[in-house]
Design a protein around this ligand. Structure first.
Ligand SMILES: [Ca+2]
Ligand SMILES: [Ca+2]
Ligand SMILES: [Ca+2]
Length: 193
């Protein structure tokens, strides 16, 4: 019996891990008021970008994280620890060599690893997506073809009301009448008081 109970407990633990890939809950950076979360596992950038852009937290819209200052990057690394291999919201898929953030924020801060971005070193394949380099030491451009070992997951950033992707004004949001929206406003009101 004891062995069966142990096996059952193990299966429950494994299923909990499998169905909860993200960090316990998003964490807020007071530098911009936005919330950040890690989703671990292997993802192609295009899939991660779609999932992040469709996610919300407290009524705030998500997107792959944009690191537009050393302060933002330092806070992320200090808060979440090892971010090697995690995907970020940068791409040069529109025009090779011209990097942009998925939010349209100005691209004027970079922390490329030496010799990156290299647009791939594997013949005719290209690398148009941004990630923390798996071996550390800065940013890397990666392609959607890369092996699972090169991607640890992705980072979602939820824009607060003060962010560049701020949610609509209260009058607009009230039309939706969503309970979670009300919670978000109460939280925001407290923060601004
Ligand atoms: Ca950002
Ligand atoms: Ca490229
Ligand atoms: Ca590269």
């Amino acid at each position: 019996m004891k062995k069966i109970a142990t096996i059952t407990f193990s299966i429950i633990c494994m299923s909990l891990v499998a169905t909860k890939p993200s960090f316990a809950m998003p964490i807020q950076w007071l530098g911009n008021g936005n919330y950040y979360d890690l989703v671990s596992g292997f993802y192609y950038w295009t899939d991660a970008n779609k999932a992040a852009s469709e996610s919300t937290y407290l009524g705030f819209s998500g997107h792959l994280a944009t690191l537009t200052s050393s302060a933002e990057e330092t806070w992320l690394k200090t808060t979440f620890g090892n971010l090697d291999g995690y995907l970020l919201g940068g791409t040069d898929m529109e025009t090779e060599g011209v990097w942009t953030w998925v939010t349209g924020e100005t691209w004027d801060y970079t922390a490329w690893r030496s010799e990156e971005p290299n647009d791939g070193a594997y013949g005719n394949v290209t690398e148009d997506y941004l990630q923390f380099h798996p071996a550390g030491g800065g940013w890397n451009d990666i392609g959607d073809y890369n092996s699972p070992g090169n991607v640890s997951g992705y980072i979602v950033e939820y824009e607060s009301r003060n962010g560049s992707n701020a949610v609509p004004e209260p009058a607009t949001m009230l039309l939706f009448g969503v309970g979670l929206t009300g919670m978000a406003f109460r939280k925001s009101d407290r923060r601004e008081s």
